[in-house]
Design a protein around this ligand. Structure first.
Ligand code: B12
Ligand code: SF4
Length: 589
């Protein structure tokens, strides 16, 4: 296998989760990952593609997926056998605070002279604390690091200066922290490829499928994500990716949109090679009417037939659904209402009414929406346990409104494990009534190894206790599960299994509380003896994971296109001159 200049490593949330007994709870039930959070940031693929386009060789290794899928996978050995110019590790999501630093320590243990580079939202937020760890040499800050990271890689390869590389936090020869200006914040999102071409090429070139998988079950459910922008126009108070958080911590004053033609081209490329549904993240209506028309009619132009799902921040209008219906073959919608309670939703920062949402859902089905996923969250400012349970009754009424249509799929889960660093509530918890249990990166690292999700939470909500939050989340999940079974949105067997798991999870939480009353070392030994049962309860608690899945279909076109790609990549590997390289950063080679 050719030597890589950069190895990008994605760590599990907690290292080594295979040895610790932690009841993670339903923290990841509403995303495709397990509680190990094995999904790497999409940015790994854009960084890798950008660097390869400019003459560097990049290898992506999803250690979290490898550890999950191969029981005996030896992380230390895998790292010891790598020999790149630099390691890159993402600390995008705060729940990786533990695993990412431990993986960096292993990189340094076996390769003390190889630079370790960090990046992502959480790394950017905690950059000055993070660079203080011995195992971290550089942090590339911000939401668009392809260019500054590539400049850093060329400087590392050639031994050049890093003094004028934007967005970089580093240490000088005396060990003093140097913070370069956060000035690389592109106005558009057009400088990258988001069509999975890097991932497809690397799988063929490196003969290694598992290392590049975005999450454990991806081969059985090959969903792809498309991103319409970097940044957000809204300012939900608990969100670390809000307009306010971007402005304050990532240097972004306006949203960078991806040109709709490029977005259509990304989706066309994906659909030729990957049989699963495409999920378009970050409500594209933020970009305005012309953008919406160009994007949706563009999908019609390429005769896009795969199932496609859209995330919308507010309930769409009837005209909008009519546009989707006219141009698309199979579309689904996802809205996070957070609560049925208008007052709670308004404090959260989403200012529409439950009534307006109900009307929008009716209109969606009138215009042939295949499936409407509706998300609720617990732990929001002012939300009480009674309000959480009130969501169940509201969901029941909503179903009556749409004639018990099983294409409506509600889900509820906790805001966990953490309040987002950089969000308005994290910056000013007292104002929103929260009490923070952790502020620094190190405090978050420590929390992650606590024995259950109620101990791991980095906050105490204002209007209920943590115990109330845990209990009401589980109870509301059971309530919603029963309603979904009643209307036929899930089959009775799945519903019964979910209810049983929730009950077992409640018992396990109580047992862990009892164990916590013991002192060490007895506590550790009791927890360790309980590991097998805990692990069995760590996935699909509040709903069955497959309930999140949209339909997928492979056809002969996919097979043929992948065979063509296989030949092309192998030819380029044998004859590198065939690959197109932009030599902009390579001057001086
Ligand atoms: C899309 C999205 C998702 C997608 C992820 C798609 C993906 N694989 O990236 C899904 C829906 C799966 C998801 C899941 C989760 N998400 Co999310 N998500 C978002 C969202 C809406 C957009 C992110 C985005 O625009 N990314 C694009 C850019 C910014 O990132 P990027 O291209 O991937 O990476 C660039 C930089 O970050 C950096 N970078 C990243 N890694 C590295 C590594 C190195 C070495 C370097 C140098 C640079 C670098 O460079 C990249 C290229 O320029 C944001 C909200 C927002 N408006 O930002 C929340 C957000 C990022 N998610 C968040 C959270 C909490 C989660 C979950 C933990 C929620 C949960 N409990 O389940 C999970 C984690 C899943 C996992 N890892 O397994 C928080 C993070 C807060 C924090 N600081 O921790 C955010 C900010 C808001 C929110 N609450 O949803 N999410
Ligand atoms: S929760 Fe969604 S809509 Fe609200 S600020 Fe975050 S990314 Fe934007």
């Amino acid at each position: 296998m050719p030597k890589a200049d950069l190895v990008l490593l994605h760590a599990p949330s907690v290292y080594d989760f295979r040895k610790t007994s932690i009841m993670y709870g339903p923290v990841s039930d509403l995303v495709p990952s397990s509680p190990i959070f094995e999904m790497y940031p999409l940015g790994f693929t854009t960084i890798a593609e950008f660097m390869e386009r400019h003459g560097l060789r990049v290898r992506l290794v999803n250690l979290a997926v490898l550890m999950l899928s191969r029981r005996g996978f030896d992380v230390e050995r895998a790292i010891r056998e790598m020999d790149p110019v630099a390691f890159g590790i993402d600390l995008h999501w705060a729940p990786h605070a533990h695993g990412s630093i431990e993986i960096a320590r292993l990189c340094k243990k076996y390769h003390p002279n190889t630079p370790v580079v960090f990046g992502g939202f959480t790394a950017s937020y905690f950059h000055e604390e993070l660079i203080g760890y011995d195992c971290v040499d550089y942090v590339v800050r911000g939401d668009s690091t392809e260019e500054p990271f590539t400049r850093l890689m060329f400087a590392l390869k050639r031994g050049g200066s890093v003094a004028d590389i934007p967005n970089l936090t580093h240490k000088d020869v005396s060990g003093a922290i140097v913070v370069n200006e956060l000035s690389w914040v592109p106005d558009t999102f057009n400088h990258v490829k988001l069509d999975y071409s890097y991932s497809m090429r690397s799988v063929i070139r490196d003969r290694d499928m598992i290392s590049a998988l975005p999450f454990k079950g991806w081969l059985g459910y090959p969903v792809s994500a498309s991103l319409t922008c970097r940044g957000c126009t809204r300012s939900c108070v608990t969100c670390g990716g809000s307009a306010a958080a971007f402005r304050t911590h990532y240097g972004r004053n306006r949203v960078a949109f991806r040109d709709p033609e490029l977005l259509v081209a990304d989706i066309q490329h994906i659909s030729r090679h990957i049989p699963g549904p495409v999920f378009v993240l970050n409500d594209f209506r933020q970009a305005g009417g012309d953008y919406v028309n160009a994007f949706i009619t563009g999908l019609k132009r390429i005769d896009f037939r795969n199932p496609i799902g859209f995330e919308f921040f507010t309930p769409p209008s009837e005209d909008f659904y009519a546009l989707l219906d006219e141009n698309l073959n199979d579309y689904s919608v996802e809205v996070s209402a957070e609560s049925h309670d208008d007052a709670v939703r308004s404090v959260f920062g989403k200012g529409y009414t439950w009534e307006a949402l109900g009307t929008s859902i009716e209109q969606a089905f009138k215009h042939n929406c295949k499936r409407f996923d509706l998300y609720f969250m617990t732990g929001i400012p002012t939300q009480t346990a009674a309000s959480v349970l009130g969501t169940v009754a509201a969901v029941d009424e909503l179903y009556s409104r749409v004639g018990d249509n099983p294409q409506l799929l509600p889900f509820i889960g906790p805001m966990a494990p953490f309040l987002d660093p950089g969000s308005m509530v994290f910056e000013d918890p007292e104002r929103y009534g929260y009490t923070l249990r952790a502020r620094t990166l190190e405090e978050h690292r420590q929390l992650l190894t606590q024995p259950s999700w109620k101990h791991i939470l980095n906050y105490v909500p204002d209007a209920m206790t943590v115990d109330d939050m845990v209990e009401s989340t589980y109870e509301a999940a059971v309530g919603i599960n029963r309603i979904k079974a009643r209307v036929g949105a899930i089959d009775p067997k799945t519903a019964a299994a979910t209810e049983r798991r929730v009950l077992e999870a409640q018992i396990a939480m109580a047992r862990i509380d009892d164990i916590m009353l013991h002192d060490e070392p007895e506590r550790a030994s009791l927890l360790s003896a309980y590991k097998r049962e805990i692990d069995a309860l760590n996935e699909s608690t509040v709903c069955e994971k497959t309930e999140l899945n949209w339909p997928a279909s492979a056809n002969l076109g996919h097979v043929w296109n992948n065979i063509r790609l296989w030949f092309r990549v192998n030819l380029e590997t044998l004859f590198p001159r065939l690959a197109v390289v932009d030599r902009r950063f390579m001057e001086g080679d």
